[in-house]
Design a protein around this ligand. Sequence first.
Ligand SMILES: C[S@@+](CC[C@H](N)C(=O)[O-])C[C@H]1O[C@@H](n2cnc3c(N)ncnc32)[C@H](O)[C@@H]1O
Length: 213
Amino acid sequence: MSVGKAVRNALGPLERPVTKIYRGAFINLGAFVDQVCSWHPRAKRILEIGGGEGAVTGYLQRQYPKATILSIDIAPDVGHMFEGDPQGVTFREQTIQDLAASSPEPFDLMILSDVLHHVPWDMHVELLNSARQLLADNGRLILKDWRPAWSPIHFLCWASDTYITGDEVHYKTENQFRDLLHEVFGDDAIEAEASIKPWRNNIAFLVKPGKAL
Ligand SMILES: C[S@@+](CC[C@H](N)C(=O)[O-])C[C@H]1O[C@@H](n2cnc3c(N)ncnc32)[C@H](O)[C@@H]1O
């Protein structure tokens, strides 16, 4: 069991408030989902890849109350802290590759928030290729991650990712993300970029399903 899981179990009913404070030290999730909505306001079918505890899902559900939201993760307890109306929201332990193989109806909004730095770099292209297969022609993928910097907050983020989740994490720079997105989605795929409060380390890319190279 990871340190994070053991700490969560020990916290009992305090898990939810403590998790919110902890996450809020690194990112304003409300500001992130406001950015998502300003980029792509009319989504009807949303896929969240690596949805984790369901914190982003809750904000998505409130911003897109009429949408259906599928949140998948390789972890079995995906969505266990979701807060919101469960109508139209599904959490599932599933890989993006398995979901793509089942050929569901395409999604018009995909969110990948703070997942890729937990995934080995040699799997990034495969993961994004599966996502691309599932993206509707007029759909958008929004990739949010944490860029490294020589700063105390980056050290804290690295230490908590490493010692609390127990994962081996590796952060890409903005240019490395741009290269990755161009490789999978094509040269003109990045439509916009933004940083998300409260730290410039939080970077987000708006990606359209361009023509792959
Ligand atoms: C830091 S959490 C982010 C959770 C959520 N996206 C958010 O922003 O609140 C990273 C999540 O990525 C998931 N993850 C790691 N590798 C994955 C993969 N290959 N496919 C899907 N999810 C993955 C982990 O299980 C974990 O729940």
